[in-house]
Design a protein around this ligand. Structure first.
Ligand code: SAM
Length: 220
C-alpha cells in the first residue's frame, strides 16, 4: 500500500529515524529477556540437526534475546531490525554473553539484501505485521530460506489487537483488500495460506492460542 511506502520514504532509517523510544526499548527488552523460551530454540536446533555453523536470520530481532541464544549454540547469526535502540541493547547483551553476530539495520523489506545468501533458518517473531504487505513479506521470507532450511513465523492476530473504532476499517482493508495502512495484524490463517503458495515440507501450524499464529515450514 503506497501509504506505508510513503511513510518509509519520509522516515529514513539511514538518517537516524527510530520508531522505538529508548525507555520503551529498555522496558520491552527486560520483559522479552525474562520470557525467553529455550524450548523453542531446542526444537529448532533439533530440526536443523544442530545449530553449530548454521546461518540464522533473526528478522525483526528486537532486543536480541533469540539472536544471542542461537549464537551461544554456535550459529552464525544475523540480527536485522529497524531500531538502533534495539541494536545497542542486542550488542551489549551479545558482548556480555561473549558471542559475535552480524548487525543489519533497516525496514523488514531491506532484508532483501540477503537474498543472494539464503539462511538455514529465518526466524521472525512478533514483527511480521510491520511489513508493508503480508503477501510480499511472506514471499521475501520464503526466498531468504535456503533449500533444506526452515522458516519460523510467529505473528499476532486481530484477536490480540482487538481493533475498535476507526482501526476496524484499517483491519477490514487489510483483510478483504490486502491494503495496509499502518500495521494491522494479519487475519488468522493468512500467514499459513501465503506460505502454502510455495513448495514446503513439514508445514506445521500452531493455532493453540487465538491470539497468535505460529507457522513453521521446511523448504524442500
Ligand atoms: C514486538 S517486537 C519483537 C522483537 C523480537 N522479535 C522478539 O521476539 O521479542 C517487534 C520488532 O519489530 C521491529 N520493527 C517494527 N517495525 C519494523 C519495520 N518496519 N521493519 C523492521 N523491524 C521493525 C521493532 O523494532 C521490534 O524490534
Amino acid at each position: 500500500m503506497p501509504v506505508n511506502y510513503l511513510h518509509s520514504l519520509l522516515h529514513r532509517v539511514e538518517k537516524g529515524w527510530d520508531p522505538i523510544p529508548s525507555s520503551y526499548a529498555e522496558e520491552y527488552a527486560a520483559r522479552a529477556w525474562s520470557e525467553i523460551r529455550p524450548a523453542l530454540v531446542e526444537r529448532l536446533e533439533q530440526e536443523l540437526g544442530g545449530l553449530e555453523g548454521k546461518r540464522i536470520l533473526d528478522l525483526g530481532g528486537g532486543p536480541g534475546q533469540y539472536s544471542v541464544l542461537f549464537a551461544q549454540r554456535g550459529a552464525v547469526v544475523t540480527w536485522h531490525d529497524v531500531s538502533r535502540e534495539y541494536e545497542a541493547i542486542t550488542r551489549s547483551r551479545a558482548q556480555a554473553a561473549g558471542v559475535n553476530m552480524n548487525f543489519s539495520v533497516g525496514y523488514l523489506e531491506a532484508a532483501n539484501r540477503f537474498r543472494s545468501e539464503p539462511f538455514d533458518l529465518v526466524f521472525c517473531r512478533v514483527c511480521a505485521y510491520y511489513a508493508r504487505s503480508d503477501r510480499a513479506f511472506v514471499h521475501l521470507l520464503y526466498s531468504l530460506v535456503k533449500p533444506g532450511g526452515i522458516g519460523y513465523i510467529e505473528c499476532n492476530t486481530p484477536a490480540f489487537a482487538r481493533p475498535a473504532g476507526l482501526r476496524k476499517l484499517q483491519y477490514w482493508l487489510n483483510e478483504y483488500l490486502y491494503w495496509k495502512i499502518g500495521h494491522p495484524m494479519p487475519p488468522h490463517g493468512r500467514i499459513a495460506k501465503l506460505v502454502q503458495k510455495y513448495p514446503t515440507a513439514n508445514l506445521r501450524l500452531d493455532y493453540s492460542s487465538e491470539l497468535i499464529d505460529i507457522v513453521t515450514f521446511a523448504k524442500p
